[in-house]
Design a protein around this ligand. Structure first.
Ligand code: PLP
Length: 335
Protein backbone atom coordinates (compact mmCIF):
# COMPACT_ATOMS: atom_id res chain seq x y z
CA UNK A 1 0.00 0.00 0.00
CA UNK A 2 1.09 3.58 -0.65
CA UNK A 3 0.17 5.20 2.64
CA UNK A 4 -0.73 8.87 2.23
CA UNK A 5 -2.75 9.15 5.45
CA UNK A 6 -0.20 11.04 7.53
CA UNK A 7 3.51 11.61 8.11
CA UNK A 8 3.04 9.82 11.44
CA UNK A 9 3.00 6.46 9.60
CA UNK A 10 6.75 6.68 8.92
CA UNK A 11 8.77 3.78 10.27
CA UNK A 12 12.27 4.01 11.79
CA UNK A 13 15.00 3.81 9.13
CA UNK A 14 17.68 1.08 9.44
CA UNK A 15 20.23 3.60 10.79
CA UNK A 16 17.70 4.81 13.33
CA UNK A 17 16.96 1.27 14.50
CA UNK A 18 20.66 0.67 14.94
CA UNK A 19 21.06 3.87 16.98
CA UNK A 20 18.13 2.76 19.16
CA UNK A 21 19.67 -0.67 19.74
CA UNK A 22 22.98 0.90 20.78
CA UNK A 23 21.47 3.61 23.03
CA UNK A 24 22.92 4.11 26.47
CA UNK A 25 19.99 4.28 28.90
CA UNK A 26 19.12 5.01 32.53
CA UNK A 27 16.04 5.89 34.56
CA UNK A 28 14.87 9.21 33.18
CA UNK A 29 12.51 9.85 36.10
CA UNK A 30 15.72 10.10 38.15
CA UNK A 31 17.17 12.27 35.34
CA UNK A 32 19.73 9.53 34.72
CA UNK A 33 19.18 8.66 31.08
CA UNK A 34 22.20 10.06 29.27
CA UNK A 35 20.60 9.78 25.84
CA UNK A 36 17.45 11.63 26.91
CA UNK A 37 19.64 14.30 28.49
CA UNK A 38 21.61 14.65 25.27
CA UNK A 39 18.44 14.91 23.20
CA UNK A 40 17.03 17.60 25.49
CA UNK A 41 20.27 19.59 25.29
CA UNK A 42 20.32 19.24 21.51
CA UNK A 43 16.67 20.30 21.17
CA UNK A 44 17.20 23.37 23.36
CA UNK A 45 20.25 24.29 21.29
CA UNK A 46 18.40 23.83 17.99
CA UNK A 47 15.54 26.05 19.14
CA UNK A 48 17.77 28.61 20.86
CA UNK A 49 16.09 28.09 24.23
CA UNK A 50 17.48 27.50 27.73
CA UNK A 51 16.02 24.05 28.24
CA UNK A 52 13.93 21.29 26.70
CA UNK A 53 11.82 18.38 27.91
CA UNK A 54 11.32 15.06 26.12
CA UNK A 55 7.67 14.01 26.20
CA UNK A 56 5.75 11.09 24.67
CA UNK A 57 3.64 13.08 22.20
CA UNK A 58 2.91 16.41 20.56
CA UNK A 59 -0.41 16.49 22.39
CA UNK A 60 1.36 16.30 25.74
CA UNK A 61 3.91 18.92 24.69
CA UNK A 62 1.10 21.37 23.87
CA UNK A 63 -0.76 20.63 27.08
CA UNK A 64 2.40 21.08 29.17
CA UNK A 65 3.11 24.40 27.45
CA UNK A 66 -0.36 25.57 28.47
CA UNK A 67 -0.27 24.16 32.01
CA UNK A 68 3.12 25.66 32.77
CA UNK A 69 2.29 29.15 31.45
CA UNK A 70 -1.33 29.72 32.48
CA UNK A 71 -3.61 29.27 35.48
CA UNK A 72 -7.00 27.53 35.45
CA UNK A 73 -9.62 30.09 34.48
CA UNK A 74 -7.35 32.00 32.11
CA UNK A 75 -8.22 32.57 28.46
CA UNK A 76 -5.95 31.62 25.57
CA UNK A 77 -6.13 32.69 21.92
CA UNK A 78 -5.62 30.23 19.09
CA UNK A 79 -6.88 29.31 15.64
CA UNK A 80 -10.20 27.52 15.25
CA UNK A 81 -8.26 24.80 13.41
CA UNK A 82 -5.35 24.61 15.86
CA UNK A 83 -4.43 21.12 17.00
CA UNK A 84 -4.97 21.78 20.75
CA UNK A 85 -8.42 23.20 19.99
CA UNK A 86 -9.53 20.77 17.34
CA UNK A 87 -7.81 17.45 17.95
CA UNK A 88 -6.74 17.17 21.58
CA UNK A 89 -10.01 16.04 23.08
CA UNK A 90 -10.56 19.24 25.09
CA UNK A 91 -7.44 18.65 27.19
CA UNK A 92 -6.92 22.39 27.47
CA UNK A 93 -10.38 22.79 29.00
CA UNK A 94 -10.56 19.61 31.00
CA UNK A 95 -7.01 19.47 32.36
CA UNK A 96 -5.94 23.09 31.98
CA UNK A 97 -9.26 24.71 32.95
CA UNK A 98 -8.77 27.16 30.09
CA UNK A 99 -11.23 29.21 28.11
CA UNK A 100 -10.51 29.81 24.44
CA UNK A 101 -11.02 32.69 22.03
CA UNK A 102 -10.51 31.45 18.49
CA UNK A 103 -9.75 32.95 15.11
CA UNK A 104 -11.08 31.53 11.86
CA UNK A 105 -8.80 31.39 8.84
CA UNK A 106 -8.57 28.91 5.94
CA UNK A 107 -4.83 28.48 6.56
CA UNK A 108 -5.35 28.22 10.33
CA UNK A 109 -2.97 31.13 10.79
CA UNK A 110 -3.49 34.33 12.79
CA UNK A 111 -2.26 37.87 12.30
CA UNK A 112 -1.14 40.16 15.12
CA UNK A 113 -4.13 42.40 14.34
CA UNK A 114 -6.60 39.51 14.67
CA UNK A 115 -4.96 38.42 17.92
CA UNK A 116 -5.05 41.98 19.28
CA UNK A 117 -8.82 42.10 18.71
CA UNK A 118 -9.32 38.97 20.80
CA UNK A 119 -7.28 40.03 23.82
CA UNK A 120 -9.42 40.75 26.85
CA UNK A 121 -7.48 42.33 29.70
CA UNK A 122 -9.81 44.54 31.64
CA UNK A 123 -9.91 45.09 35.37
CA UNK A 124 -13.46 43.79 35.62
CA UNK A 125 -14.50 40.81 37.72
CA UNK A 126 -16.73 39.52 34.90
CA UNK A 127 -13.91 38.50 32.66
CA UNK A 128 -11.26 35.82 32.50
CA UNK A 129 -7.83 37.30 31.74
CA UNK A 130 -6.17 36.48 28.43
CA UNK A 131 -2.70 35.20 29.23
CA UNK A 132 -1.41 33.14 26.29
CA UNK A 133 -1.45 32.93 22.49
CA UNK A 134 -0.74 29.67 20.66
CA UNK A 135 0.25 29.51 17.00
CA UNK A 136 0.84 26.42 14.84
CA UNK A 137 3.72 26.24 12.37
CA UNK A 138 3.17 24.53 9.95
CA UNK A 139 -0.59 24.24 10.18
CA UNK A 140 -2.11 20.79 9.87
CA UNK A 141 -5.70 21.74 9.01
CA UNK A 142 -4.48 24.74 7.03
CA UNK A 143 -2.80 22.60 4.36
CA UNK A 144 0.75 22.78 5.71
CA UNK A 145 0.84 26.59 5.61
CA UNK A 146 3.78 28.22 7.36
CA UNK A 147 4.34 31.53 9.13
CA UNK A 148 6.89 33.96 7.74
CA UNK A 149 9.37 35.21 10.31
CA UNK A 150 7.96 38.74 10.25
CA UNK A 151 4.46 37.39 10.95
CA UNK A 152 5.66 35.56 14.05
CA UNK A 153 7.72 38.54 15.09
CA UNK A 154 4.64 40.80 14.97
CA UNK A 155 2.64 38.39 17.12
CA UNK A 156 5.63 38.05 19.47
CA UNK A 157 5.93 41.81 19.83
CA UNK A 158 2.22 42.12 20.56
CA UNK A 159 2.42 39.38 23.20
CA UNK A 160 5.40 41.02 24.83
CA UNK A 161 3.70 44.43 24.91
CA UNK A 162 0.55 42.96 26.44
CA UNK A 163 2.28 40.60 28.88
CA UNK A 164 1.07 37.43 27.13
CA UNK A 165 3.00 34.20 26.69
CA UNK A 166 3.44 32.93 23.13
CA UNK A 167 3.55 29.19 22.46
CA UNK A 168 4.29 27.67 19.07
CA UNK A 169 2.99 24.21 18.27
CA UNK A 170 5.87 23.45 15.96
CA UNK A 171 4.98 19.81 15.39
CA UNK A 172 6.36 20.36 11.85
CA UNK A 173 8.67 23.31 12.56
CA UNK A 174 11.44 21.88 10.38
CA UNK A 175 9.03 21.73 7.43
CA UNK A 176 8.35 25.42 8.09
CA UNK A 177 12.06 26.16 8.33
CA UNK A 178 12.77 24.46 5.00
CA UNK A 179 9.82 26.04 3.21
CA UNK A 180 10.65 29.52 4.47
CA UNK A 181 14.39 28.98 4.06
CA UNK A 182 15.17 30.14 7.55
CA UNK A 183 16.72 28.39 10.55
CA UNK A 184 14.15 26.92 12.96
CA UNK A 185 15.84 28.86 15.73
CA UNK A 186 14.69 32.16 14.19
CA UNK A 187 11.12 30.91 13.88
CA UNK A 188 11.28 29.98 17.59
CA UNK A 189 12.84 33.25 18.73
CA UNK A 190 9.68 35.38 19.21
CA UNK A 191 8.01 32.51 21.09
CA UNK A 192 8.36 31.79 24.81
CA UNK A 193 7.92 28.07 24.20
CA UNK A 194 8.01 25.88 21.13
CA UNK A 195 7.23 22.19 20.77
CA UNK A 196 8.24 19.95 17.90
CA UNK A 197 7.54 16.33 17.00
CA UNK A 198 10.07 13.63 16.20
CA UNK A 199 7.35 11.18 15.21
CA UNK A 200 6.03 12.88 12.08
CA UNK A 201 8.14 13.60 8.98
CA UNK A 202 11.35 13.03 10.95
CA UNK A 203 10.46 9.35 11.18
CA UNK A 204 11.05 8.53 14.86
CA UNK A 205 8.63 6.08 16.48
CA UNK A 206 7.54 8.48 19.27
CA UNK A 207 8.35 11.65 21.11
CA UNK A 208 8.20 15.41 21.09
CA UNK A 209 10.22 18.15 22.73
CA UNK A 210 8.98 21.20 24.58
CA UNK A 211 11.60 23.95 24.59
CA UNK A 212 11.65 27.21 26.51
CA UNK A 213 12.98 29.10 29.54
CA UNK A 214 14.50 26.91 32.28
CA UNK A 215 11.84 27.82 34.85
CA UNK A 216 8.95 27.05 32.45
CA UNK A 217 10.50 23.70 31.53
CA UNK A 218 10.94 22.96 35.24
CA UNK A 219 7.20 23.51 35.70
CA UNK A 220 6.44 21.42 32.62
CA UNK A 221 8.56 18.62 34.07
CA UNK A 222 6.35 18.56 37.19
CA UNK A 223 3.19 18.48 35.06
CA UNK A 224 4.64 15.73 32.84
CA UNK A 225 4.98 13.53 35.93
CA UNK A 226 1.46 14.44 37.05
CA UNK A 227 0.08 13.36 33.68
CA UNK A 228 1.95 10.05 33.75
CA UNK A 229 4.45 11.08 31.11
CA UNK A 230 7.56 10.28 33.13
CA UNK A 231 9.30 7.50 31.23
CA UNK A 232 12.10 5.29 32.46
CA UNK A 233 14.71 3.93 29.99
CA UNK A 234 13.45 6.36 27.38
CA UNK A 235 16.92 6.67 25.87
CA UNK A 236 15.91 4.03 23.33
CA UNK A 237 13.36 6.52 21.97
CA UNK A 238 15.60 9.54 22.50
CA UNK A 239 18.28 7.84 20.39
CA UNK A 240 15.80 7.67 17.53
CA UNK A 241 15.15 11.37 18.03
CA UNK A 242 18.82 12.30 18.04
CA UNK A 243 19.33 10.25 14.90
CA UNK A 244 16.37 11.99 13.22
CA UNK A 245 17.70 15.44 14.09
CA UNK A 246 21.08 14.56 12.67
CA UNK A 247 20.09 12.64 9.56
CA UNK A 248 16.46 13.23 8.58
CA UNK A 249 15.78 16.97 8.67
CA UNK A 250 17.14 17.70 5.20
CA UNK A 251 15.04 14.88 3.70
CA UNK A 252 11.87 16.87 4.48
CA UNK A 253 12.66 18.94 1.38
CA UNK A 254 12.03 15.78 -0.69
CA UNK A 255 8.55 15.48 0.81
CA UNK A 256 7.81 19.06 -0.26
CA UNK A 257 9.19 18.40 -3.74
CA UNK A 258 7.04 15.27 -4.12
CA UNK A 259 3.97 17.14 -2.86
CA UNK A 260 4.58 19.84 -5.52
CA UNK A 261 4.97 17.25 -8.29
CA UNK A 262 1.83 15.41 -7.16
CA UNK A 263 -0.16 18.61 -7.12
CA UNK A 264 1.03 19.76 -10.53
CA UNK A 265 0.24 16.37 -12.09
CA UNK A 266 -3.26 16.25 -10.65
CA UNK A 267 -4.02 19.88 -11.36
CA UNK A 268 -3.29 19.20 -15.00
CA UNK A 269 -5.76 16.32 -14.74
CA UNK A 270 -8.42 18.81 -13.55
CA UNK A 271 -8.29 18.34 -9.77
CA UNK A 272 -8.77 21.43 -7.57
CA UNK A 273 -6.55 22.08 -4.57
CA UNK A 274 -8.32 24.67 -2.42
CA UNK A 275 -5.24 25.68 -0.37
CA UNK A 276 -1.69 26.54 -1.53
CA UNK A 277 0.03 23.53 0.19
CA UNK A 278 3.62 24.81 0.35
CA UNK A 279 4.97 21.88 2.44
CA UNK A 280 3.99 18.21 2.72
CA UNK A 281 0.23 18.41 3.40
CA UNK A 282 -2.29 18.85 0.58
CA UNK A 283 -6.06 19.04 0.46
CA UNK A 284 -7.86 18.06 -2.73
CA UNK A 285 -11.41 18.97 -3.60
CA UNK A 286 -13.11 16.11 -5.43
CA UNK A 287 -16.81 15.59 -6.16
CA UNK A 288 -17.10 12.27 -4.28
CA UNK A 289 -14.26 12.05 -1.74
CA UNK A 290 -15.64 8.95 0.01
CA UNK A 291 -16.09 7.08 -3.28
CA UNK A 292 -12.66 8.14 -4.49
CA UNK A 293 -11.01 7.12 -1.22
CA UNK A 294 -12.61 3.69 -1.55
CA UNK A 295 -11.54 3.24 -5.19
CA UNK A 296 -8.01 4.32 -4.30
CA UNK A 297 -7.88 1.97 -1.33
CA UNK A 298 -8.93 -0.89 -3.62
CA UNK A 299 -6.03 0.09 -5.88
CA UNK A 300 -3.35 0.33 -3.21
CA UNK A 301 -3.51 3.89 -1.86
CA UNK A 302 -4.44 4.58 1.74
CA UNK A 303 -6.26 7.65 3.07
CA UNK A 304 -7.96 8.66 6.26
CA UNK A 305 -11.72 8.49 5.71
CA UNK A 306 -12.66 12.00 4.49
CA UNK A 307 -14.87 13.93 6.95
CA UNK A 308 -15.18 17.02 4.75
CA UNK A 309 -15.50 17.54 0.98
CA UNK A 310 -11.70 17.57 0.97
CA UNK A 311 -9.27 14.67 0.79
CA UNK A 312 -6.01 15.11 2.69
CA UNK A 313 -2.79 13.79 1.19
CA UNK A 314 0.43 13.80 3.23
CA UNK A 315 3.89 13.13 1.83
CA UNK A 316 6.59 11.66 4.04
CA UNK A 317 9.94 9.90 3.98
CA UNK A 318 8.43 6.44 3.37
CA UNK A 319 7.00 7.56 0.01
CA UNK A 320 9.68 7.17 -2.67
CA UNK A 321 9.79 8.82 -6.09
CA UNK A 322 8.61 5.52 -7.53
CA UNK A 323 5.64 5.44 -5.10
CA UNK A 324 4.86 9.01 -6.10
CA UNK A 325 4.75 8.20 -9.84
CA UNK A 326 2.61 5.16 -9.13
CA UNK A 327 0.26 7.19 -6.90
CA UNK A 328 -0.18 9.82 -9.62
CA UNK A 329 -1.10 7.13 -12.17
CA UNK A 330 -3.55 5.41 -9.82
CA UNK A 331 -5.19 8.73 -8.97
CA UNK A 332 -5.58 9.68 -12.62
CA UNK A 333 -7.13 6.31 -13.46
CA UNK A 334 -9.65 6.57 -10.61
CA UNK A 335 -10.78 10.19 -10.70
C1 PLP B 1 0.12 20.41 14.39
C2 PLP B 1 0.09 19.24 15.31
N1 PLP B 1 0.29 19.44 16.62
C3 PLP B 1 0.29 18.43 17.49
C4 PLP B 1 0.06 17.13 17.08
C5 PLP B 1 0.00 16.05 18.10
O1 PLP B 1 0.99 15.11 18.01
P1 PLP B 1 0.83 13.65 18.65
O2 PLP B 1 0.05 12.85 17.67
O3 PLP B 1 2.24 13.19 18.83
O4 PLP B 1 0.12 13.80 19.95
C6 PLP B 1 -0.15 16.87 15.72
C7 PLP B 1 -0.39 15.50 15.24
O5 PLP B 1 -0.70 15.25 14.11
C8 PLP B 1 -0.15 17.97 14.82
O6 PLP B 1 -0.38 17.79 13.51
Amino acid sequence: MIDLRSDTVTKPSPGMREAMARAEVGDDVYGEDPTVNRLQERAAELMGKEAALFVPSGTMANLLALLSQTRPGDTIILSEGAHPYHYENAGLARVGGLLTRTIEDPFCKMTAEQVAEKILQVDDAHYSPTTLVSIENTTNRGGGAFYRFDEIESIGRLCQNRGLKLHCDGARIFNAAIASNIDAQFLARPCDTISFCLSKGLGAPAGSLLCGPRETIHQAHRFRKMLGGGMRQAGILAAAGLYALEHHIDDLANDHRRARKFRAALESAGVTFPLPSPTNILYMEVPDPIGLAKRLRDNGILFNPPRTPWLRVVFHRDISDQDLDQAIEIFKQNL
